[in-house]
Every structure is written in C-alpha cells, then in structure tokens.
Ligand binder design. Structure first.
Ligand code: LLP
Length: 440
C-alpha cells in the first residue's frame, strides 16, 4: 500500500490522514466524503516556490483551480503565496469571496463572455490570458470603455502534444486553445495587441497537456517560447517580461505511474529557459507556472461506505459504494486508474479482488477495475487515494445524487469546508410547471 503525505495506519489498524482517523471522519461527516490533507498541499506549494528561489529567477506559481475550486482552498493558496488561475466567472467569484489578492489572479478561457471580462476589469485582476482574435477585440473595447490598461499574456500552442509518457511535435496544433505559434497567428495577435492602446503585453503562455511525465516536452516548450520572445525582441524591439509554461506535471495514482518530484520538472524548465535566453542574448523572463493536479491531486482521498456486493461466478466480484461517477467521472471518462484501501481494516491481508462499482445507473460506473482488498462486508469504509484533482470539481448530480461533503484535515483537526448537498438543495432551482394549483 502506498500512502501519501501525512497518511498512516494507526494503532487500531485504521487509515489516518492529517492526524485524523478516517473511520471517525466517515462517521462524523458521512460518506462519500472528500478529505484533503492540507499539510501536503502546503508542502507541494512550498516545494515549487523553493525551486524557483534556488534557481534565483522571478516567478509566480499559480494554482490551476479547475482541479478543485472552493473558498477554503483559495484561502490556503493565498496564505501560501500562490497565485490563482481561474477560467470562469464562477471561479473568479469564488476567489473574490475568499478574499484572494486580485493582483495574483490570472483569467483563462477560450470563450470568455463580455460579462466575465467586465468582472475581470471591475475587480482589477492581475492578468488576462488572451486566447483568440475575438478576445483581442473584446478587450480593446472594454479597455477603452473602462479607461484602464489591462495586463495580458498571449496564449500560444507550440505544436507539442504531450501525453503521459511521451510527446509528439506537430507543425500545427489542432487545438481550440490559443494562437498557433508556427503559422503566423501568434505574430499577428502580438502585433494587434501591441497596437491596441491599453493592452499591456506581459508575455507568452502555453500549456502542453496534463499528467505528463516527460521533462523533455516541457523543455521543448520553454525553448520554443523563449525563441519567439527573442525573435519579437529583434524584430520589434519589444521585451516580454513573463513566460508562463502552464501546468501538467504528472502524479502517482497507482504503482504504474512513476512521476518525478514535481519540482524536478520546474528545475528542468528553468534550465531550458536560461540556456535559450543566454544563447539569444535575451534577459531571463519572470517564469510562471500553473500546476493543478500536482498541487492538490494526492492531497485528496475519497471515503465511501461499501454496501452491496455481487459475485459473478468465474468473472468478477463487485463491491458497490455509495458514490461513483457522480463524484469521480475520471475512470468512466478517461479510463483513469486509482488505488484504494479499506480504511477500517487497513492492515488485513488482501485476499480478494473486487471491481468497485458506483451506484449510478450505468454499467460503466466503475471506480476501480481490480482492487485488492480483504473480503469486504457492508459498512466497510473504502478509501480511494489521489482524488483531490478533477474529482469534486467535475462532480455532477447525475441520478440526482447529492454532491459529497469536503473536509480539510491538518494537525489532528478536521474542518468542514463544503457541506454535503441535501435533498432540498437538489430541488432548490426547480420550478413547478402547469396549472396554477400545481404551483401552490
Ligand atoms: N493551465 C491550463 C491553461 C490548463 O488548461 C490546465 C488544465 C492547467 C493549467 C492545470 O493542469 P494540471 O497541472 O492540473 O495537469 N479533467 C482532466 C484534466 C484537464 C486539465 C485541463 N487543463 C483530468 O481529470 O485529468
């Protein structure tokens, strides 16, 4: 069994996270329950920042909050000196409610609405990552209307398609995001933004993929973008001060994954930037990154209660839990793999193999294909590891299941930070239809 962060097995043979017994958390808050190890999140945040400090470069580490967005995690991110990547008015609103420093908020998205951009102007956020020509028009108009200069980054697609264990380079990238770096789009966008009065072009941004293990893909991205910045400097005499290389650093979900320490990816990126900048006589820019999964992924564990079991002779044993694709769509959507342990009997011999099924009305609602566990009975608590990124944030109310509660644990204390949805919550946006008497 691989344990993460502050996890251990305590004297009662129970899984413990942040000094809290997981079975007690399940009893107090109910299941399914997302439990976040906040010390681990802080350690990850500090390790990224330490790497930049040691390399002696200016930096921002922005938490890509699509991985898990809530007021409480934004507050911890702010305490840790992180910046924040938001992609919608919903995430931006949450950040504002959390009191997140506006100047450290970066706004992403390939189709930002006028209302979203207005909100960004009104709140005076740190920068907007411009994705397309339509957005340049929107921003030019709004900057005039608000009579305010807005800092922007230009998102480019560098023609690198990275997958977990490898990457390919393509002349042009088929992506809905950003300006193509190769076919002249990025150059045109740069010139348009330079000519617009009130757009302050900070520099370039790219994000080459997610759950990537390959350092060379990040190095190549860094080289291509610094190369472009140096080219613009020579052609137009303009120096971009910021290079944002996105997120995507891979993490360990199961023993099949063998990522490097997150900071190693950053070390290599910085090295590549320094080399290309040196070769082209270009000042080393401020380097920004946007990790999501590698900050929050392994800090999250989901606790479920096991209910029904079913034996299909000669084929498999099912054990069903009280959640499923409604709180973790990743296995159904991407074939993602997870590891697990029985939180109430964490030291018992793993004598059986189960397929862990969810409770949604879909055959594909399976969380783990082959979980090695002791023989389970109804009421056992199953802990699924590494669910901190893209779990709660991609949760749904499919089958009108209520979204789980979320607790943060740290220093042997637990605090509820998102309450479980109630049945009333589930119908709170519903309105009756039809005859007047039906509505009363
Ligand atoms: N920056 C940008 C512009 C992004 O689009 C993303 C992720 C990140 C940063 C953070 O990437 P990370 O460090 O978390 O890999 N739902 C998928 C992942 C989608 C990622 C989308 N963009 C999943 O569950 O695997």
């Amino acid at each position: 069994m691989h344990l993460y962060g502050t996890q251990k097995v305590n004297g009662s043979g129970h899984l413990e996270i942040g000094g809290m017994d997981a079975t007690q958390l399940a009893a107090e808050y109910g299941t399914p329950l997302f439990v976040y190890d906040i010390q681990l999140f802080r350690e990850r945040a500090r390790a990224f920042q330490e790497t930049f400090k040691q390399a002696d470069v200016s930096y921002q580490v922005a938490y890509a909050s699509k991985a898990f967005s809530s007021i409480a995690i934004y507050q911890v991110a702010a305490q840790e000196g992180l910046s924040l990547d938001v992609v919608s008015s919903g995430e931006l609103y949450t950040a504002i409610q959390a009191g997140f420093p506006r100047e450290r908020i970066h706004f992403h998205g390939n189709n930002k609405s006028d209302a979203e951009l207005r909100m960004a102007f009104e709140e005076g956020i740190g920068c907007i990552v411009v994705d397309n020509f339509y957005e340049i028009q929107q921003l030019t108009k709004l900057a005039q209307e608000y009579d305010r200069t807005i800092p922007v980054l230009l998102r480019v697609t560098p023609g690198i398609e990275a997958h977990t264990h490898d990457y390919i380079t393509t002349g042009q990238e088929d992506s809905k995001f950003g300006f193509d770096l190769m076919n002249g789009q990025a150059d045109r966008a740069f010139l348009q933004m330079m000519q617009a009065d009130r757009l302050n072009v900070l520099g370039l941004h790219c994000h080459i993929g997610s759950q990537i293990f390959e350092t060379s893909a990040f190095r190549l991205a860094a080289e291509k973008l610094v190369g472009k910045m140096a080219e613009w400097h020579d052609k137009h005499g303009y120096t971009c001060s910021v290079l944002n290389l996105g997120g995507g650093f891979g993490i360990r979900y199961t023993e099949e994954d063998t990522p490097l320490e997150p900071s190693v990816y950053v070390k290599e990126m910085i090295e590549a930037v320094k080399i290309v900048a040196g070769d082209s006589n270009y000042p080393v820019p401020e380097i920004w990154i946007e990790p999501g999964r590698s900050l929050i992924g392994d800090a999250g564990t989901t606790l479920y209660t096991i209910g029904a079991t079913k034996r299909v002779p000669g084929i498999r044993n099912y054990a069903a839990v009280d959640g499923g694709m409604s709180d973790n769509i990743r296995p159904a959507l991407y074939g993602a793999k997870y590891s697990s342990v029985l939180a109430n009997r964490a030291q018992e011999t793993l004598s059986e193999t189960y397929t862990i099924a969810g409770k949604c009305c879909e055959s594909g609602d399976k969380l783990i294909e082959e979980a090695q566990l002791p023989a389970v009975t109804a009421g056992d608590i199953l802990a699924v590891f590494c669910t901190g990124a893209y779990g709660y944030s991609m949760a749904s109310n499919y089958n009108r299941l209520a979204r789980p509660a979320v607790v943060f644990v740290e220093d042997a204390r637990a605090q509820l930070v998102i309450r479980r949805e109630s049945l009333e919550d589930l119908i709170s946006h519903d309105l009756s239809y039809g005859k007047k008497e039906l509505q009363e």
